[in-house]
Design a protein around this ligand. Sequence first.
Ligand code: HEC
Ligand code: HEC
Length: 163
Amino acid sequence: MTRLVALVLIVAGALIATAVFAQTWPERVAHSPLDALRGTTPVNTEGHPPPIPQPRNRSERGVRNYPEQPPLIPHAIEGYRIDLNSNKCLSCHARARTGESGAPMLSITHFMDRNGQVLASVSPRRYFCTQCHVSQYEVTAPISNNFVDIDSLLTGVQPGARR
Ligand code: HEC
Ligand code: HEC
């Protein structure tokens, strides 16, 4: 008998908890600052995904944000393969190809091994280009930031900047 009472109590407790949770769910989701996949759409409704953005495809090279930055890829790279047998990027950016492609050559650092020894061809460390270089899409950033260019920082344009 006591077992039956305990069972009834557990089931009732679970039902109440579910009801309370279901009521507060949408509010909780609405308060999350950023949910990349579902946004504020409750789990029991279908979301409306935003349209797929266009890749940035320009002929100008971008300004680097700091000297050591791997430059951003200014052109679309969809379908460019990089694997053991082929590297599409090198078909334009390799030293011997830059004449016909008009693409900038990889810098000398891409030929150096980890000891700074310069090799005859691209170092394996720099073979998988998209490990460091990324293309861009025409989108507005979901989160703003207060990045300041080093030149602005050095000229003291930024209030409170040290010199
Ligand atoms: C069809 C030739 C071609 C292919 C293939 C190609 N690129 Fe390019 N790339 C260019 C040209 C030309 C530029 C110069 C800017 C422009 O015209 O878009 C460039 C610019 C760049 C830059 C900017 C360099 C700088 O100093 O700002 C990077 C980085 C780059 N490419 C990386 C890549 C990577 C990584 C791949 C492979 C995923 C790739 N490219 C494939 C032709 C190519
Ligand atoms: C480990 C990171 C890394 C990898 C992998 C890498 N790069 Fe770079 N790349 C950089 C950095 C950092 C720079 C800027 C400083 C420099 O030149 O080393 C750069 C510069 C460049 C430049 C501009 C050169 C110039 O003189 O303006 C091009 C073009 C480029 N990379 C293409 C490529 C291609 C194509 C590949 C693949 C074969 C590749 N990179 C692989 C980090 C990388």
